[in-house]
Design a protein around this ligand. Structure first.
Ligand SMILES: O=C(O)c1ccccc1NCC(=O)[C@H](O)[C@H](O)COP(=O)(O)O
Length: 285
């Protein structure tokens, strides 16, 4: 799933190191850094920053929509569009992000998440643009954001929110990316897998805390991760439980221990009718 060839020697070195890493997250990040380096050699940081700052259209208020749901006592659903994942392989052979986005919105999803990572999830920036144009939901760019260049790119492709994964970032890097995203009016979902990452995330000026139930070494999911970490999140933050959620009972279970929103992909996309899948998950008759 992760072969690219290049004539750039810096890139080749990074990609060579990728194949030696045992951890999936480390492999994806090595590849993402290589691709970002390649893109930045075509469009400089200065150029992409200029483009992002010239964007006139407002973002759609990803965090605001989730907070409004929470205030009404409703569970927020961030419904995910992706063709494939490392754990599931190909999920949708006939992947049509625009159609899925419309089905999700009509069925009551609060927000979208669109995978733009190419090597492991078979996504791209165009998927995000067409999904967002097809609906009125705010959109999370689901990718491995490691560098300022990618934050500017996220604004250019019309994302409303970016994901920052604490396991992939040092504290200073995370802080710098948060500040930059804010300047560009992008919301931020910070993702954690354990207590140490949670404490680092809570030191950042961010409202949305994503608790990922997926162990990124084994790729297995366990809702106990949300059960362990959600009670440690102060009430001024909003907890999003991510990964491995399949049923209405799962949603009730994470809601009962403090999650205000869920991020769900595979279980919705593996059903032919994504709209019906959303309604079943949310318990809408
Ligand atoms: O899903 C994977 O296999 C995966 C592997 C390595 C890094 C991240 C991965 N998933 C990203 C996600 O967090 C999920 O796409 C998202 O939480 C939705 O999860 P699910 O409902 O289980 O598709």
């Amino acid at each position: 799933m992760n072969e690219i060839t290049t004539s750039d020697p810096v890139l080749n070195a990074i990609l060579e190191s990728e194949s030696e890493k045992s951890d999936v997250l480390a492999q994806i990040c090595a590849r993402t850094r290589a691709e970002t380096h390649q893109k930045a050699s075509v469009k400089s940081l200065k150029e992409i920053a200029e483009e992002a700052k010239n964007k006139k259209n407002p973002t759609r208020g990803f965090a605001r929509v989730l907070k409004e749901k929470m205030a009404k006592g409703h569970m927020g659903l961030i419904a995910e569009c992706k063709k494939a994942s490392p754990s599931a392989g190909i999920i949708r052979q006939d992947y049509d992000p625009a159609m899925i986005a419309v089905q999700y919105e009509n069925a009551g999803a609060s927000c979208l998440s669109v995978l733009t990572e190419t090597g492991y999830f078979y996504g791209n920036n165009e998927d995000l643009k067409i999904a967002r144009e097809a609906c009125s939901l705010p959109v999370l760019r689901k990718d491995f954001i490691l560098e300022p260049w990618q934050v500017y790119e996220s604004r250019v492709i019309d994302a409303d929110c970016i994901l920052l994964i604490m396991a992939a970032l040092k504290d200073q890097e995370a802080n710098d990316l948060v500040e930059l995203a804010r300047c560009l009016e992008l919301d931020i979902l910070v993702e954690v897998h354990n207590e140490e990452e949670l404490n680092r995330a809570l030191a950042l000026d961010v409202c949305l805390i994503g608790i990922n139930n997926r162990n990124l070494s084994t790729l297995k999911t366990d809702i106990n991760v949300t059960e362990t970490l959600a009670p440690l999140v102060p009430p001024d933050r909003l907890v999003v439980s991510e990964s491995g959620l399949k049923t209405f009972d799962d949603i009730r279970r994470v809601q009962s221990i403090g999650a205000s929103a869920v991020l769900v992909g595979e279980s919705l996309l593996s059903q032919q009718n994504a709209g019906a899948a959303v309604r079943n998950l949310l318990g809408i008759a």
